[in-house]
Design a protein around this ligand. Structure first.
Ligand SMILES: [Zn+2]
Length: 260
C-alpha cells in the first residue's frame, strides 16, 4: 500500500511540473483593429491643386470610403479613425490614438505634390518608416513633416533624426517586415484600380509613422499638382477606386498576417 501513497503525490507533482514547463503557445495574431489616418485637416490644408482642391479633402474622402468598405466587408474588424471630419490633429496625437486603440495596422493617406504647379509628375507610392534613401523620398517626408509648423509644441519632434528612424525600425523589426508586406500589396492592388504610374514602395522618415507602434504605411495616392490627378483625387469614383484598392490589399494582408 505504500506505492500508491508515494506515487499518487509524485504523479501529481509530475503532472503539475509538466503543465507548468510546457511552452506557452503565443496567441495567434488577429487583425482586429485597423487605424485609418486621413492626412492633414482643419487649418492644415496639405498640398493644394491648381484647381483649388485640397489634400485634406482627398485624404478624408478616401479614408471614409475605405472605412465604410472595411465595416461592410470585413466583419470582426474594428475601424478607428484619427479624424472623421475636417479638423486639425497633431502628428504625435495620431500615433497616440492608434496605440490607445491597440491598432494592428496603421494606414496614413496623403497626396503628393511638386513645388511648381501645374506639373506632370505622376503616380502613387507607399512608404514605410526608414531613413530616406533617395532625394525624392527625403523631399516627400520633409514636406509631410513640415506640417508641425501648425502645432504649438514643435520640440517634441526635435530629437527625430535618421538614427532614430533606424533604431525605431530595428526595435520593431517584425512590424517593419509586415509593413513591407502590406506596402507591396497596396501597390499591387492600387495598380489594378488606378491607371496612373506605380512608383513602387519607398522609405523615408515620416514623423507620423514613428508614433504608431504597429505595422504602418503612408500612401502618397497621386500628385494633386498634376491637374489630371487632381481631378482623379477629387472625383467620387476616383476616391472609391483608391478605397477599393487599399481594401483588397488589407484583405490579402489579413490572411498573411493571421497565418504568421
Ligand atoms: Zn500630406
Amino acid at each position: 500500500m505504500i506505492f500508491p501513497t508515494i506515487l499518487g503525490p509524485l504523479s501529481l507533482w509530475l503532472s503539475i511540473f509538466t503543465v507548468s514547463a510546457a511552452p506557452v503557445s503565443p496567441a495567434r495574431p488577429h487583425l482586429d483593429v485597423i487605424v485609418l489616418d486621413a492626412g492633414h485637416g482643419g487649418k492644415d490644408a496639405g498640398a493644394i491643386g491648381t484647381n483649388g482642391y485640397m489634400e485634406k479633402q482627398a485624404t478624408l474622402g478616401i479614408i471614409r470610403k475605405l472605412g465604410n468598405l472595411i465595416e461592410k466587408e470585413m466583419p470582426g474588424v474594428k475601424v478607428v479613425y484619427t479624424r472623421k471630419d475636417d479638423r486639425f490633429i497633431e502628428l504625435y496625437r495620431r500615433g497616440e490614438i492608434a496605440n490607445q486603440a491597440k491598432g494592428k495596422l496603421f494606414i496614413s493617406v496623403h497626396c503628393n505634390s511638386t513645388p511648381q504647379k501645374p506639373s506632370k509628375a505622376t503616380g502613387f507610392t507607399t512608404y514605410i518608416l526608414r531613413p530616406g534613401k533617395t532625394d525624392a523620398a527625403i523631399h516627400v517626408a520633409a514636406r509631410e513633416n513640415a506640417v508641425i509648423k501648425y502645432e504649438p509644441d514643435k520640440t517634441r519632434y526635435a530629437h527625430l533624426s535618421d538614427v532614430d528612424f533606424i533604431l525605431t525600425s530595428m526595435s520593431r523589426n517584425q512590424d517593419v517586415k509586415f509593413s513591407e508586406k502590406f506596402a507591396a500589396l497596396v501597390q499591387q492592388e492600387l495598380g489594378k484600380k488606378i491607371s496612373i504610374a506605380d512608383n513602387g514602395v519607398s522609405q523615408a522618415g515620416f514623423f507620423v509613422l514613428v508614433g504608431a507602434s504597429m505595422p504602418n504605411v503612408l500612401i502618397e495616392t497621386g500628385f494633386i499638382s498634376n491637374p489630371k490627378e487632381e481631378t482623379l483625387l477629387k472625383s467620387e469614383s476616383g476616391q472609391s477606386n483608391y478605397a477599393r484598392g487599399i481594401l483588397n490589399a488589407i484583405k490579402k494582408y489579413k490572411a498573411i498576417y493571421e497565418r504568421s
